[in-house]
Design a protein around this ligand. Structure first.
Ligand code: ADP
Ligand code: MG
Length: 375
């Protein structure tokens, strides 16, 4: 056939489809870990311990003390689009969990060896199950694929071994184990700041002392201090910009028309911890959580950086932690395979209000400081 002629369209085989789909969600060890941390948080865990070998490529294991998985659910656990978190399309508009698509464990099972040990409070002992390509498989040749009774505490241990063993191009695109480990620590650090009530631990398998460890029941500034150091923590300011409807309780008593307007725009609240002019980093460190999801937004980052241009010398950048909560029905979390982007209503308006609150706090601190030096 000449190159002018159309080639026949063929159906891809299932294994290939699944591997392609998995590659969109699981880019590297840190993206697998993000999914696992979110599952542990969704399960109500207060302790999350991670153990890593070769930057997560050889081994990535996460142990939590959450509600566990029912034994009867184990056969479909790693199937694509199986989830305990939503059951209808409309559930998406009130989503309060990280997960909802039931794709993470399935994806992992297509590009790695996956095993799960889990125990609910009701179970007398834990169950251990091994998966490959979405289904239960025997842990060892000759055994049955059924989950096996096992020792274990309440909660879940997920073990991922030999990530990307069957996708060599993905494997060769990753740089080094130490680079991957740094990314793992970065993801964990950010989740540990935002979920400061949960205790996090991350260590290299076989090594004694963890690289990252946080106690349970910390506050966010305590977690920032522990994880980012006192140079940042000592210069932190705090603001809680909130939609005007919530800030002023009288306003919600106003006439119906305004209530409607309020409802259309949506109420929101935020919490910001940000460094003052004394702290000057080379690059902005911007931790952004929207409805508790760690997301990226270059627009919001630029807006926040713009606030600092009049405060910091050229080339100097701040540390900013921003947690924004908006009505779930105004957020679309289903715009990106890894959910690292979300769209929400009135993004520019909300960003502008947050930035002016940050600006006001910075300005107030600057004047009180110059007043101090004058007197
Ligand atoms: P999703 O989180 O989108 O539901 P996942 O593939 O990440 O999809 O997980 C599938 C299901 O497995 C979850 O809905 C949940 O019921 C269960 N699950 C996964 N990890 C855990 C865990 N650490 N603790 C309890 N249940 C879990
Ligand atoms: Mg999940």
């Amino acid at each position: 056939a000449t190159s002018n002629e159309p080639r026949p369209i063929k159906r891809l085989n299932e294994t290939l489809i699944n591997r392609i789909a998995a590659g969109e969600i699981i880019h590297r060890p840190a993206s697998a870990l993000k999914e696992l941390i979110e599952n542990s948080l969704d399960a109500g865990s207060t302790s999350i311990k991670v153990s890593v070998k070769d930057g997560g490529l050889k081994l990535l294991q996460i142990q939590d003390n959450g509600h566990g998985i029912r034994k009867t659910d184990l056969p479909i656990l790693a199937e694509r689009f199986t989830t305990s978190k939503i059951s209808s399309f409309s559930d998406l508009s009130r989503i309060a969990t990280y997960g909802f698509r039931g794709e993470a464990l399935a994806s992992i099972s297509h590009v790695a060896r996956l095993s799960v040990t889990t125990k609910t409070k009701k179970d007398g002992h834990a169950w251990k199950a091994t998966y490959s390509d979405g289904v239960l498989v025997p842990a060892k040749a000759g055994q049955s694929a059924d989950p096996k009774p096992s020792a274990g505490n309440d909660g879940t241990i997920i073990t991922i071994e030999d990530l990307f063993f069957n996708t060599p191009t993905r494997l060769s695109a990753l740089r080094s184990a130490s680079d991957e480990y740094a990314r793992i620590l970065d993801v964990m650090t950010k989740y540990a700041v935002h979920n400061s009530r949960v205790s996090f631990q991350c260590k290299k398998a076989g090594s004694g002392s963890p690289e990252l460890t946080t106690p349970a029941n910390s506050t966010i500034p305590q977690a920032i201090k522990l994880l980012y150091g006192h140079t940042i923590a000592n210069e932190l300011l705090h603001a809680t910009p909130t939609s005007s409807g919530e800030q002023d309780p009288d306003e919600s008593m106003d006439v119906d028309e305004e209530d409607q307007d309020m409802d259309e725009k949506g109420s929101w609240r935020s919490e910001v911890y940000f460094t003052n002019a004394n702290y000057q980093a080379k690059k902005t460190n911007f931790l952004l959580f929207i409805n508790h999801r760690l997301v990226e937004s270059s627009r919001m980052k630029r807006a926040v950086e713009a606030v600092y241009t009049s405060i910091l010398p050229k080339g100097a950048s701040p540390f900013v932690y921003l947690s924004l909560e908006v009505d779930p029905k105004h957020v679309d979390v289903n715009v990106h395979p890894t959910k690292k982007e979300v769209h929400f209503l009135n993004e520019d308006g909300i960003t502008a209000e947050i930035c002016s609150a940050v600006q006001a706090t910075l300005a107030k601190q600057a004047t009180s400081r110059s007043f101090e030096t004058q007197t």
